[in-house]
Design a protein around this ligand. Structure first.
Ligand code: 5AD
Ligand code: SF4
Length: 435
């Protein structure tokens, strides 16, 4: 029997969130509907992440829980990066899986669902030349802040990372497709677009780069804000840095992972930058856009990391004064060069370093938030808050801002930031901004 209702659960990065939305649209086009909250769905798609340890184990245990009390089960599709990494092996590991579909094969999902309804167990982890993007229906729904994937894959081959294997080589979507999708999102109510890519600033089409694309998107009436993530230091061009000083709709926020502050570790990671060249990029960025909020990613406990290397990481955090940052314990990924390097770091040391790093990052985050108290700015309302009459929006610097207001999701309102917490701000409403 062909399923009538579906549920898609996305884990991991924003690109998975985007893919999840597009798969929902694709299934919707086939006449299926999203199962209402709490309801059982005929088809469950687990859109998984493989970036760190136990991802596969977690996916299999999630699958086990889909068994119903009467012993029946929904049709189950394993999607995302675990599907890509496990391939047909997934079907052997769990008899409950009906479909295995990798991130570059989502255009085949409806067909695979039909095959599975007839009892087959299709697997597709190909990375075909034709793009899944061409198969997705035109966008009719949008969030106030909407994701738009412009680039996928990675050619950088950092020694710890699975992405080059799960998402394949770097590909850029064509200019016109992106511009058309941006228009459709704005027509459907998006006020902000977040351009996504594993190496978003490597986006390139017919000689034009990300700065050109942002410039063109900024001209769309009704679109008020543009962001992009995640960038690689090697692709941080002067044109993109300059754009931050020139394009008002480009928000003052940059997520630029450094991973470590030690040049020895950066070399072992096959990062193409040093601490010094990374800092030089940020210095240029701050010259172009002095109020830019900086964010980054860190890995602690990479093989061979000494206490001294780790202190270099703490030092770079102090030097940059990040507005926010993400930090992770190194996780050996099968098939990556770092997994077989000597001198893997014991878990207790990783735990202790992560704790110290996070304390340092939190202190800078709070300092950044406090430095914005008193600022008159605008927030884009995204959702209701916990309390009656309270709404939550985002500042230009991507802070969550709570405000008492009658404004609705999608409104951009003038506020004064009046209080700072470690993870959010309080805003007091001034007059409503002209929409
Ligand atoms: N172990 C720990 N963290 C990792 N990341 C990527 N691969 C690994 C790994 N093997 C982190 C990096 C990257 C972020 C998305 O996840 O910091 O920037
Ligand atoms: Fe996770 Fe990377 Fe796949 Fe995103 S691309 S889901 S971060 S493994």
């Amino acid at each position: 029997m062909t399923p009538k209702t579906f549920r898609i659960k996305s884990f991991g990065c924003q690109m998975n969130v985007y893919d999840g939305e597009r798969m929902a649209e694709l299934l919707g086009q086939q006449g299926m509907t999203a199962a209402a909250g709490g309801d059982d769905a005929d088809l469950v798609v687990l859109n998984t992440c493989h970036i760190r340890e136990k991802a596969a184990e977690k996916a299999y245990s999630d699958i086990g829980r889909l068994k119903r009390e009467d012993g029946s089960k929904p049709l189950i599709a394993l999607a995302g990066c675990v599907a890509q990494a496990e391939g047909a092996e997934a079907k052997r590991r769990s008899q409950m899986i009906d479909i295995v579909v990798g991130p570059q094969a989502y255009h085949r999902l409806p067909e695979m669902v039909r095959e599975a309804s007839r009892g087959a167990r299709p697997v597709d982890t190909d990375m075909p030349a034709i793009s899944k993007f061409d198969a997705f229906p035109a966008r009719r729904r949008a969030n106030p802040s909407s994701f738009l994937t412009v680039q996928e894959g990675c050619d950088k081959f950092c020694t710890y990372c699975v992405v080059p294997y799960t998402r394949g080589a770097e590909i850029s979507r064509p200019w016109h497709d992106i511009v058309a999708e941006a228009h459709a999102l704005v027509d459907a109510g998006a006020r902000e677009i977040v351009l996504l890519g594993q190496n978003v600033n490597a986006w390139e089409h017919e000689g034009r780069g990300l700065a050109d694309l942002i410039r063109a998107l900024a001209k769309i009436d009704g679109l008020e804000r543009v962001r992009y993530t995640t960038s690689h230091p090697a692709d941080m061009t002067d044109a993109l840095i300059t754009a931050h000083g020139e394009i008002e709709k480009l928000m003052p926020y940059l997520h630029l992972p450094v991973q470590s502050g030690s040049n020895r570790i950066l070399r072992a990671m096959n990062r193409s930058h040093t601490a010094e060249t990374y800092l030089a990029i940020l210095e240029k960025m701050r010259a172009a856009r002095p109020d830019i909020a900086l964010s980054g990613d860190f890995i602690v406990g990479f093989p061979g990391e000494t206490e001294e290397d780790f202190e270099d990481t703490l030092n770079i955090v102090d030097e940059v004064r990040y507005a926010s940052a993400y930090s992770f314990k190194y996780s050996a990924r099968p098939g990556t060069p770092a997994a077989t390097m000597e001198d893997q770091i014991p878990r207790e040391i990783m735990d202790e370093r992560l704790h110290r790093l996070q304390e340092r990052i939190d202190a800078h985050q709070l300092a950044f938030n406090r430095s914005k108290v008193g600022a008159n700015t605008q927030i884009l309302i995204e959702r209701k808050g916990k309390h009656e009459g309270q709404m939550v929006g985002r500042s230009p610097w991507l802070q969550s801002v709570h405000a008492e207001t009658g404004a609705q999701p999608g409104d951009i309102i003038d506020v004064t930031l009046v209080a700072a917490g470690p993870n959010s701000m309080t805003g007091a409403v001034r007059a409503k901004a002209a929409a």
